[in-house]
Design a protein around this ligand. Sequence first.
Ligand code: BGC
Length: 770
Amino acid sequence: MARLSTAEKAALTTGADWWRTTALAEAGIPAVRLADGPHGLRLQNDAPNDAHHDAPNDAPNDAHHDHLGIGGSAPATCFPPAVTLACTWDSELAERVGGALARECLAHGVQVLLGPGVNIKRSPLCGRNFEYFSEDPLLSGALGAAWVNGLQAQGVGASVKHFAANNQETGRMSVSADIDVRTLREIYLPAFRRVVTEARPWTVMCAYNRVNGIHASQHPWLLTDVLRGEWGYDGVVVSDWGAVVDRVRALAAGLDLEMPSSSGAGPARVVAAVESGELDEETLDRSAARVAALARKAAACTRLDAAFDPAAHHDLAREVAARGAVLLKNDRGVLPLDPSAPQRIAVIGEFARTPRYQGEGSSRVTPTRLDDALTAITDAAPASQVTFAPGFPVDAPETDASPLREEAVRAARTAHVAVLFLGLPPSHEAEGYDRDHLELPPEQTQLLDAVVAANPNTVVVLAGGGVVRLAGWIDDVPAVLACWLSGQAGGSATADLLFGRANPSGRLAETVPLRLADTPAYLAWPGENGHVAYGEGLFVGYRHYDARDLDVSFPFGHGLSYTTFDYADLRTAHDSEGFDVTVAVTNTGERAGHEVVQVYVAAPGSRVRRPVRELKGFATVRLAPGQTRDVTVRITRADLAYFDTAADAWLVEGLDHRIDVGASSRDIRLTTTVAVEGDDRTALPDAESTLAEWLAHPVGGPAVEVLLSRVRAAMGEAYPEEGSSRHRMVAGLRLSQLAQLPVVPLGHDDVRELVEAVRSAAGAGGRGTC
Ligand code: BGC
């Protein structure tokens, strides 16, 4: 850095164009080429194979470049987006997808792929939920970390995004996500923490929105105190595209790299700020050095001979699509269909012919090929007679749907089985805006009613990047298979599942609520006057439905299989760092299949409000018919902690924690209890703490009792009786307030002495931890 001018360093910390950082050839610092992400490579380039990005600042051609997925891109494998990958609950599979994506990046000379997105699905209305994993932080973090590990093991950097609290698209460029500290710590930050600490992503991308009033792009607490100070991050923090508001404040807060190019404005402002003394040059040096280190690392990983096998990647996309589909319902074993039976199959719904396989926006990939379910079903069942009817128009509300509906009814009436492809039209969900409701379009529900009336043996295959309301119609059909957005091979995967070549094993990564009004953020969504209050706090997803004891259509973690699994022999084995939970799982059916063993923990009797149960670990196991295997899930002591706002620290409570092991958050098969020793760190009460807080404190309680016994002795009869309403009122007074009351023989000196005595007994210096 010492050899570089201020202007050169400022240039390093900004993009050269849409997708490249600035190169400084004389200093030996190449450009870094970045691209979207996350479920496939969206390479916007005039010459897709001009892999040799270390040429300084190749002439940019921004005409075809954008961050909204509008311009075209080179063909690449379109893997199922995160919504589907999440439902596999399979970290190993996520890692393999990361590895495949890296091979495609290397072959195209892309050094950083912009993903994964690990934001929490706070509301099913978020238009970008298809790009995120789950309503649960543990599942999001585990899959995100595995994906990054897979990608980076091949020498391509990740950009975990959007840091932080980007949970809605409405007002995404400016809305302030107003979140209390405990909720941020326990719900919205853990997935990022896990990815950062376990997978060390080369870059972290900040969000567009504000967090508690401060733009995420210039948030010192997020970008420096937490990310670097607490989590030890040493990579590059990059802006979301165009997220920088004030380049100097952003740099000072820890945002190293502004993307894309700001056409010289950012660097000019930085140089002026250094010259005027507004910005410390060391701050610029630090960020420039991080970008330079990234560029060198990326260049060292470049492989000019890199290639990938598109057919193998298509197969992997098919495997993920099959593994991520969730069989929500399967009455009378209507599925799987028999591929060898000579039967009439009515395939109904435009999505069978024109798949909905990915979402709109910056993640949009041009697939290398595209399988449709209609062709795949026809091929899979050569003995059957397959008829097709589109059934409804897509995204054409003005069109009269009745002729299409009548044609579909005719097809259904004469069929042995109707397979009805429904789902969210593309216009319902996209980056940049949110959904208005959870309903399928009326032309689809009308079609469903008509088809079911004509043929009750109707199987629904659902597409969409988010959940839809099922409550109005699911009782009318025997089987529903949710395929989400299933990537370029989704059509084949759907046929694999329908005919039993693959056994459904997806489990819901988000709850399917009965109605929108039941959802956690319903009353606050999407905020007003530039603020959205996260008033539901920790109670997001199943934490909300469980705490309020609400019925749901399908709970978090639910998913059926063509086989069944039995759980037995739950054991725990402790060591100083945590404990292993082991359960024997048996495949009691006739087909091989995957089971997802879910381990939830509850802390009944906690001193703070806790969810009914929280996912703390999971494991996916494949079992042959009749096979039994011990499945072990590791729970660390840190997993049991809650964030104590008074202590400003994570605390483990000395409690008997309940371990619930099950096949979903509401299908708990076995339960046990583990005794956990608490941390000896609790916030110390002070003069402003209430008497009740003093009494509840392990050190403060006995100390204040000594004082109270003096008061009791002095006041005699006038002292409120234990358990009386007056006693309860007094317990709510601050200690200093109590000392002020004329009837109480207690002075401020007594309080001061008590506070000091407790501090020294606890060995700490103030309201904080001991
Ligand atoms: C999106 C990011 C994306 C970037 C680059 C932004 O609009 O929010 O997720 O990586 O554009 O295309």
